[in-house]
Write a protein that binds this ligand. Structure first.
Ligand code: ADP
Ligand code: ZN
Length: 436
């Protein structure tokens, strides 16, 4: 059975990982300095020469790269090699503004595929599996990433892309898909249709690899139940390669970062200071060996914490917690910080699912926040369901979680638009941020 687990790398003792990183970072900084004039000028301005970087510890001397700089340097300002060597581009989803284009050499694609292959194996996949990829294909990295990883594993791939949910289910039945890959919101959406059709027992699915957007533990349980799978989180971003930068193993206790390719730091987002293991802060990545888009100390704006506690799976790579939010997902409403995932926790605890939309608005100087959440079909069918009471309970749960009053509307099933990719959870009508 071919399974692509790489114990020599994935279970390498920590000092081995550090030795590998020491070796790679010296070469990589030289590569960037010689090929990306924009970053070389930043290093010059900071008074750092490539020779100053002798080990991974010296990375602290290097300047950060921010998302806005990638946008300013659009399209090719961070291209790190001759364009003749580039075989592919991908692009961010543009969730928070102007898209960023990332470039890949053939070796870069192979590194990325390898990371996705490891993720599939960690979810129990092998060449005996049928992997149904219903992440979007195209510029978005979800589809191509898992597709490439599944090829490496030798599994049979169904390159479905997202959408057409009933066809997804028919293919899953007819081709006996065992692993489903898509965003968690789309997985919940598929699960809802499976339930409506009453066909859960006809499916052979055993695992799901779900990522590209934040999701809560409550949502995980829901999806696992709806689809009869074990649900694994996978994380990544186009700027660093795509999905597979980190992924969960069977312990479902944090995502292992592929440290032979990506070096992770957690910083205080306000001061840029590197924080000790275990503290929550902004995740920063350095690509140790990618050539065409070789970002050093890239600030992701994603908030999480890292741990080096040994994992029961035997993998030694550092684990990151679930993403607690994007710093740019955070809304300041009535002067209070609000993350959509906090609201999601409250609604799940009260028996609702991920069918919700948050609307923020401002009249004069006064903010308002409104939550629209769908009744589950069971609630809708229950003659004793008391709408006013249910809404009051949500208002009170949200007040406890956030400290502010949220206007709540419990709406009929099917009234909130279903997601096929990354779900849109928030409509902010205040126009506080201008999109580029
Ligand atoms: P965009 O930044 O435009 O959404 P990408 O498609 O490259 O572009 O998405 C990367 C981002 O998606 C990450 O920076 C992170 O915010 C989010 N993301 C990816 N995977 C996960 C995950 N497993 N959990 C939470 N957020 C995730
Ligand atoms: Zn593990």
């Amino acid at each position: 059975m071919k399974n692509y687990f790489q114990p020599e790398i994935e279970t390498m003792p920590y000092d081995g990982i550090v030795a590998l990183q020491n070796e790679k970072i010296v070469k990589q900084v030289k590569h960037v300095y010689e090929n990306v004039p924009y970053y070389a000028a930043k290093m010059d301005a900071a008074g750092v020469k490539p020779e100053d970087i002798k080990s991974i510890d010296d990375i602290k001397k290097l300047p950060f790269i921010e998302k806005d700089e990638l946008r300013e340097q659009y399209p090719k300002g961070f291209l790190g090699c001759d364009q003749k060597e580039v075989v592919r581009i991908q692009s961010t989803s543009g969730t928070t503004g102007r898209r960023v284009v990332a470039f890949y050499t053939m070796d870069d694609v192979l590194i990325w595929d390898e990371c996705c292959a490891r993720a599939i194996v960690a979810a129990g996949g092998s060449n005996e599996d049928v992997v149904q990829v219903c992440y979007g294909y195209g510029l978005f990295t979800g589809g191509p990433g898992l597709n490439g990883g599944a090829h490496m594993v030798g599994a049979m791939v169904l390159p479905m892309s997202s959408g057409n949910t009933e066809r997804q289910i028919t293919f899953a039945q007819d081709l006996e898909s065992t692993i489903l890959c898509c965003t968690p919101s789309y997985a919940a959406n598929i699960g809802e249709v499976v339930k409506k059709m009453g066909v859960k027992d006809t499916l052979k699915l055993k695992a799901g690899i779900f990522g590209a957007e934040p999701w809560t533990e409550e949502m995980r349980k829901d999806i696992e139940e709806l689809l009869g799978v074990k649900a694994y989180d996978i994380y990544g971003l186009t700027e660093i390669s795509g999905p597979g930068v980190s992924f969960e193993c069977e312990a479902q206790a944090g995502m292992h970062i592929q440290e032979d390719h990506f070096y992770a730091e957690i910083i205080n987002p306000e001061t840029g200071e590197v924080l000790p293991e275990g503290e929550i802060g902004e995740l920063v990545f350095t690509c140790l060996d990618k050539k065409a888009f070789p970002l050093l100390r890239y600030r992701t704006r994603d908030l999480c914490r890292l741990t080096r506690e040994p994992c029961t799976c035997g993998r030694t790579h550092v684990r990151m917690s679930k993403i607690m939010g994007r710093s740019d997902d955070m809304m300041v409403v009535k002067g209070v910080n609000v993350w959509p995932t906090q609201i999601e926790q409250v609604i799940y605890r009260q028996g609702y699912q991920d069918k919700y939309l948050i609307v923020v608005d401002r009249e004069g100087v006064k903010d308002s926040i409104e939550l629209n959440v769908e009744k589950t079909p069971e609630m809708a069918a229950d003659p004793a369901f008391d709408q006013a009471k249910a809404e009051a309970k949500l208002v009170s749960g949200l007040k406890d979680m956030l400290g502010i009053k949220v206007e709540v509307h419990v709406v009929e099933p099917g009234s909130i638009v279903r997601s096929e990719g990354k779900a849109k959870r928030v409509v902010d009508k205040r126009n506080l941020y201008t999109m580029m």
